[in-house]
Write a new protein. Structure first.
Ligand code: 13P
Length: 248
């Protein structure tokens, strides 16, 4: 069975005052079934990793550069994330693909750098609303998977997040049938490419996951957890999602 993972993507939210949300999360989850990962802005990674040390909560970055160092103003190397205490990194999020024109090839290069630094990568894929309307969702996701995932990954080092762009921050969620179809296609891709290991890789759903809809989503076949944006910012909301995953 793939691990259950509840990952929170804080995006460009949070400052020192938000550390209390992490404290609340740590206190409420001493022995969760699910693995819990919080990916705060880079400025909070070190502080959060120190606070979460010895707890059930892991800390991750939101992107990294493909190069190990160099003249790349504003960027962060994978080894800098591990140095700050991160164990995970989100790569290829649709907001990075849109805002920074990241391509599948770049995401793959970032993933290779992250794996070399010892990080577990959470690679994001997902169609836009226009692509869903044009009925090319599975083809789009297949292209992203083929282009973004490096060779040599294992169930311990690769997590996939299926995040339909039209469901992010909108309150719109695909039907359980739509989620099942794409997660099934992702599972088929992973097993075709990685064999038995592909059966053990976690596939997360992301896009408007809330405490109120989490149980229904986690009941879908091949959904092994969630990548949560807005509802991960408040420990009480995220705890509701974690509880639904623990119970699934
Ligand atoms: O993009 C997301 C997580 O990476 C999802 O964001 P929301 O949960 O805010 O829709």
């Amino acid at each position: 069975m793939p691990p259950k993972i509840a990952a929170g993507n804080w995006k460009m939210h949070g400052d020192g005052a938000s550390l209390s949300e992490l404290d609340a999360l740590i206190a409420a989850h001493t022995a969760p079934v699910a693995r819990i990962v919080i990916c705060p802005p880079a400025t909070l990674i070190h502080r959060m990793a120190e606070r979460a040390s010895g707890s059930a909560i892991a800390i991750g970055g939101q992107t990294c550069h493909a190069a190990s160092q160099g003249a790349h103003t504003g960027d962060i190397a994978a080894a800098m994330l591990t140095d700050a205490g991160a164990t995970h990194v989100i790569l290829g999020h649709s907001e990075r693909r849109a805002d920074h024109a990241e391509t599948d090839a770049e995401v793959r290069a970032q993933a290779e750098a992250a794996l070399a630094a010892g990080l577990t990568v959470i690679v994001c894929v997902g169609e836009t609303g226009a692509e869903r309307d044009a009925d090319v969702t599975l083809a789009v996701v297949e292209t992203q998977l083929s282009g973004s995932i490096p060779d040599g990954v294992t169930a311990a080092t690769l997590v996939i997040a299926y995040e339909p762009v039209w469901a992010i921050g909108t309150g719109r969620v695909p039907t359980t049938e739509q989620i099942a179809e794409v997660h099934g296609a992702i599972r088929a891709h992973l097993t075709t490419r990685f064999g038995e290991a592909g059966r053990e890789m976690a596939i997360l759903y992301g896009g408007s996951v809330k405490p109120g809809n989490a149980a229904e989503i986690f009941a879908v076949r091949d959904v092994n957890g969630a990548l949560v944006g807005g509802a991960s910012l408040k420990a009480a909301d995220f705890a509701g999602i974690i509880a639904a995953l623990d119970a699934a």
